[in-house]
Every structure is written in C-alpha cells, then in structure tokens.
Design a protein around this ligand. Structure first.
Ligand code: ADP
Length: 270
C-alpha cells in the first residue's frame, strides 16, 4: 500500500484537516517491475551473442580470414550465435503474441498416443544420426493402450513436447535413458518425460518456467538455449487449460509433466 498525506491548511494558518489517500500499488508495481526486468534481460541476452559476433568479425578483419584453419571456425561461431539470436527473437515474438492474447489456437481432436508416438519416432531417428550415435541415449516408452483424444493445437503441443525432449537429451549423461509415459486421470491426460541427468536444485525448480531463467546460464547458453523454451511451454499449456510442472532429484534426474484436459468419450456414450 502506498500512502499519501495532505494537510488542509487555512489562510489563517490553522490546520483544519488531514487527507490520507491509500493506493494499492503492489500489483501495479509488480507488473511494472517485471516489465523493467524483462527489457533488461532481453538487452543482456542479445548483447552477449552480439559482442561475440563483433569480436570474431573483428579478428577476421584483422587478418584471421587468411588462416585456412582458424577462419572457418570463427565463421562457424558467428553463424551459430546468429542462429541463436534469430531463435530468441522468434521465441520473443511468440511470447509477445501470447501476452497480447493475439495467438489463436487451431484446435482439433488428436489422439495423444499417436502424436506422442510420432514425436518419439522422430527423436529415435535423431538418436541414430551421426551427432548422437555415440552418446547411446535410449528412449523408453510406456504409453497407455487406451486411445486418448484431446482437443489441442497439434503444432503448439508438439513444440512443447519437442522442447522437453530436447532438454532431456541436452542434460542427459551418455548412455542415459529417457522414459516417456502417457497416462490418464479421471479428467486429464498426463504425459511425462524423465531423464537421468544432473537434475535441478530445489530452489531453482519453481523458477525454471520463468522467462530467461536458467540454472547455469553459461552452460545453457553454450548449448544453444534461449532460456525461453519452458516459459513458452507454460503459456501454450495455459491457453489449453492445461499445466506443466517438474520434479527433480539432483544428480539423479528430472521429470517434466504436462497435463491437458480430457473427457472420456466412451463414458459419455454410456
Ligand atoms: P534453455 O533454452 O536454457 O534450455 P528452457 O526454458 O528450456 O531454456 O529451460 C530453462 C532452464 O531449466 C535450463 O536452462 C536448465 O537450467 C533447466 N532445465 C530444463 N530442463 C532440464 C532438464 N531436463 N534437466 C536439468 N535442467 C533442466
């Protein structure tokens, strides 16, 4: 609460009253503070890759371009960092659209079993590629046999699952198993992805869905992350009337859950 006092004073000098105005500024101030933090975060997040692009470009200009060993490496860094900045801007634009309520979901009834299976097939293919083959990651599936129809924007939910799967791979040790489950409760579909990675400290767990929050900034950046994936995931699920959350044990692994509203059709028919 913010208090403002005014003293009512007559010409004669007598004080005839006091006016006190109390305003609830907490909510307003919080929104304003968040906005300021956000602008400052965006600026920092973009300045870091821009600074490195600038210094690598300068080195090339200073003569490194002539070195056939070094020049391609420098160009690779410039290209990777530029791509990450583009991803970040795309993510920011998506978030901004959701903030303004401009993002319309394109809903349709989708079998969650099929959707999840297709996504996992795709990841199985990725794991066979050269970049991942020697990591020996395994994906284990534990999906309910019952077909669960959900009314969702397929592309958006795919984006969320992709993001959680990519994080699970990013933070998995070589040889790690990623366990993917699909189950139902009486009114929701719950999907979970468990990894055997480094885990997330308890104090950070509640913050990882905030924009740009990362447990280890340098490490997450070096892995190409934008720090916005889970924030976007949370917004997408909220638009669907669903939820996202995580549990974790340090040095053991993490489980990310998403739930989506679900009505069993069979029950309705009976
Ligand atoms: P990033 O682009 O950094 O991956 P995210 O929003 O996807 O951004 O994730 C936010 C942070 O949450 C990550 O930087 C990381 O610290 C933590 N995190 C997310 N998934 C995992 C995971 N499976 N294991 C450990 N930490 C994770």
């Amino acid at each position: 609460l913010q208090g403002e006092f005014s003293v009512i004073q007559r010409d004669t000098g007598f004080i005839s009253g006091v006016v006190c105005v109390l305003t609830d500024i907490t909510e307003q101030e919080k929104v304003e503070q968040e906005r300021r933090n956000f602008v400052s975060n965006v600026s920092h997040e973009l300045r870091t890759p821009l600074t490195s692009v600038k210094s690598y470009t300068e080195s090339l200009q200073d003569g490194a371009w002539k070195d056939p060993d070094i020049a391609p490496q420098f160009l690779q860094v410039i290209s990777t960092e530029t791509e990450r900045m583009i991803r970040m801007i795309t993510d920011l634009l998506n978030l901004s659209r959701m903030d303004q309520g401009k993002l319309q979901l394109e809903r349709e009834y989708v079998s969650m079993n099929d959707l999840f299976s297709h996504i996992l097939d795709r990841f199985d293919m990725v794991l066979q590629s050269e970049a991942y083959r020697n990591k020996n990651y395994k994906i284990q599936r534990d999906l309910t046999q019952r077909t669960l129809w959900v009314d969702i924007d397929q592309d958006k939910v795919t984006q969320v699952i992709d993001n959680i799967m990519n994080n699970a791979l990013k933070y998995s040790p070589d040889g790690g198993t990623i366990t993917c489950r699909l189950m139902e409760t009486h009114n929701s579909v719950v999907l979970s992805i468990t990894d055997e990675g480094m885990g997330i400290p308890r104090k950070d767990l509640q913050h990882i869905f905030e924009r740009f929050y990362r447990v280890d900034k340098a490490r997450a950046r070096s892995m190409g992350g934008t720090g916005l994936g889970l924030a976007i995931s949370r917004e997408v699920l909220m638009l669907h009337g669903g939820r996202i959350w995580a549990t974790s044990v340090e040095n053991k692994g993490s489980t990310f859950f998403i739930s989506l509203p679900y009505e069993s059709f069979e029950e309705e028919e009976w």
